[in-house]
Design a binder for this molecule. Structure first.
Ligand code: TRP
Length: 633
């Protein structure tokens, strides 16, 4: 998006972006009419601007001959007020100043400049003065942004003068920088996220149109508690309401995986020949957020060793497809990086949070211990590298981690844990102690035999693939991490994270699946017939009510569970795209819900039956082998 005029003086600014006569002509992103959604657009712009600042991009300035500049580059990127030639131009008016930074080219009004974006303070949009004109009634579409720069301090800000810049313009460089601007593509991760939000807004519209009770969409394991259906709750124990992943990333303070990072990951995995292509979860933005993934890439480039850590709380014997998501991805990461992996089974956690005691029969701690073995079979069936994988049950292994756990206990206060996890004086003391136990495997010291005790082992970095609801544990971990590793550790002890979105339940595209509702999930033990029945009967459809309407309007893919599940499990990008095209236009082979569901059923039957075959081979003895304390480096 290019500004057409720039006004105001640093540290505040105002500019407008003309989007042409009609929405949708400039960019893939339609500018929404709904003021609430327009506000989200402003949010995205604000976030993107601040990310450019965080990324500290170098800015290059060029002094361009006005006539030649316009000839070479067009008028699009130039400040209109600068463009207008005075009737009788003085010599000084014959020049234009432009700034070029990664993927952005702008005309620069007179005034101070910065050498890199990092010198700018936080940008805050002044919402009262910002406006978005769009929609059917608007004759032309534009966005007006007024902002101020906060935290203006130090001599660095706005020092330097635009006059001190190169007159030696390489128009090719400038044109290359402009090229992405001229395509109607979304370039920034914030734009992609916004697109997701707008699509989710479509979901709500569609749900209303189809008179779907929002109740039916409530999907968390503990959503019985009275609260608004829409209110988003995501913490370590509950996921409910309409999930705004963007807001989550904002609230949690993690980072979106941007196209640049994705390219780097591709170079370091596919480029090394260990895997044929990027995992579909990465290609499709399902693993979408991270902490310090960039540093893990640095480690890879420098050949510094790291290990993967993930886990599961065994709350029921039956695992479903959603539970496989982090493990399938972890398997791919292990294959790609050829690195060690530890998998924690938190049988202790599930007993502390869900266990029972009665005077007659005692408690059910042993039951959770047994679930660990049952779930371990499903996890092993995912196909990790046996000699590089250590699987452990907290109840059995915790002794070896104990020194690490004690150090974490010492470093974290009750207030911190209560603040993060919402415990209070009535919580059993095990709950309060538990976060340290989930934190401990982030540190190599927890695995003296498995990872070793050499200096190199102690400096191993740790990468945790998990669903984003597990992030609170690791925020706590990262805060105290420096106390648990040698000073030379490449990440200061902080575990890196890569986060996934939730796999939607059959009844609706938002939120996380529930193991307690038989029909909200496809279990790994389901028969072919049962899979077919569940998908056909329960998968929420984004298709229209009649054939005629479906042909006219096409399906709403964003709410359609069958389509969403295909995004998770159908490998072939081209086929997925074709299905999406047909279904959303109501034409071609996959014009109808029935046909799309039938395709999904085929995909799931294959995945589940292959899984069952592999699982059948995993006996209790095999589980014990994977759980044996042994070197995996
Ligand atoms: N608390 C997680 C759950 O309930 C299990 C878990 C333990 C985990 N350690 C982990 C998950 C590390 C992801 C990464 O399922």
């Amino acid at each position: 998006m290019q500004p057409s005029f720039i006004k105001d003086k640093y540290p505040s600014g105002k500019f407008s972006i003309a989007l042409g006569k009609k929405q949708g002509t400039i960019c893939q992103l339609d500018i929404p009419e709904d003021p609430i959604l327009q506000d989200k657009l402003l949010d995205a712009i604000e976030r993107a601007a601040n990310r450019l600042i965080d990324d500290n991009l170098v800015v290059q300035y060029y002094k361009v001959d006005r006539i030649q500049g316009v000839e070479q580059l067009g008028t699009g990127m130039l400040d209109q007020s600068l463009l207008k030639l005075p009737k009788k131009p003085k010599e000084a008016d014959g020049w234009l100043n432009i700034a070029v930074l990664e993927g952005v080219v702008v005309g620069v009004p007179p005034g101070p400049v910065v050498a890199s974006t990092g010198q700018i303070g936080k940008i805050v949009l002044e919402r009262e003065f910002c406006s978005v004109n769009a929609g059917k009634k608007a004759r032309k579409c534009d966005i007006i942004l007024k902002f101020r720069v906060e935290d203006v301090s130090g001599d660095d800000n706005g020092s330097g003068s635009v006059d001190a810049v190169s007159e030696d313009v390489d128009y090719e460089v400038v044109k290359n920088a402009m090229e992405p601007l001229l395509k109607s593509e979304i370039r920034m991760p914030e734009g992609l996220q916004l697109k997701g939000i707008l699509e989710e807004a479509d979901i709500m519209e569609a749900a209303k149109a189809l008179k779907i009770d929002a109740e039916a969409n409530a999907n968390a394991e503990t959503s019985e508690e009275a609260k608004g259906d829409d209110e988003m709750v995501v913490n370590a124990f509950e996921v409910s309401g309409k999930i705004d992943y963007n807001k989550l990333v904002d609230n949690f303070g993690s980072k979106l995986i941007d196209p640049e990072l994705l390219k780097r990951i591709e170079r370091l995995t596919v480029g090394r020949g260990t895997v044929p292509f990027l995992h579909r979860f990465l290609r499709r933005d399902i693993f979408f957020s991270h902490r310090d993934m960039v540093k893990i890439c640095d480690c890879l480039e420098k050949n510094l060793p790291f290990y993967l850590y993930t886990g599961r709380g065994p709350s029921s014997g039956a695992m479903h497809l959603g539970h496989l998501v982090p493990f399938l991805f972890t398997k791919w990461l292990q294959q790609a990086f050829q690195c060690p992996l530890v998998i924690q089974m938190t049988d202790d956690e599930k007993f502390l949070f869900k266990g029972v005691y009665d005077d007659e029969n005692g408690d059910n701690l042993d039951y959770f211990a047994q679930l660990t073995v049952e779930n371990a079979k499903d996890i092993i069936a995912c196909g990790f590298i046996p000699e590089k994988t250590f699987l452990f049950s907290d109840l059995k292994y915790v002794g070896t981690m104990y020194p690490t756990i004690v150090r974490i206990w010492k470093a974290v206060t009750n207030n911190t844990v209560n603040g993060i996890f919402g415990f209070d004086g009535s919580s059993n003391i095990g709950k309060i102690a538990f976060p340290a136990i989930q934190a401990a495997p982030s540190f190599p010291a927890s695995f003296p035999v498995v990872l070793g005790t050499s200096k190199e082992s102690a400096n191993m970095a740790c990468l945790i693939p998990c669903a984003i609801d597990q992030d609170p544990y690791f925020r706590m971990t990262r805060d105290v991490a420096h106390k648990l590793v040698p000073k030379s550790h490449p990440l200061g002890g902080k575990p890196a994270l890569i986060h996934s979105k939730f796999f939607p339940p059959l009844q609706g595209a938002d939120g996380k699946m529930s193991s307690s509702d038989e029909n909200s999930a496809v279990f790994l033990t389901d028969s072919n017939e049962l899979i077919e029945k569940k998908v056909k009967e329960y998968a929420f459809s984004g298709g229209r009510e009649t054939k005629k309407l479906q042909e006219e309007l096409g399906a709403n893919l964003a709410v359609d569970v069958a389509y969403q599940w295909l995004r998770f499990f159908l490998e072939d990008d081209e086929e997925l795209e074709n299905i999406g095209k047909d279904y959303s236009s109501g034409s071609g082979k996959y014009w109808s819900t029935g046909n799309v569901k039938a395709r999904l059923v085929d995909v799931l039957k294959e995945i589940v039956s292959e899984h069952q075959e592999r699982r059948d081979k995993v006996t209790e003895e095999v589980v014990l082998e994977w759980m044996k304390e042994r070197s995996i480096v």
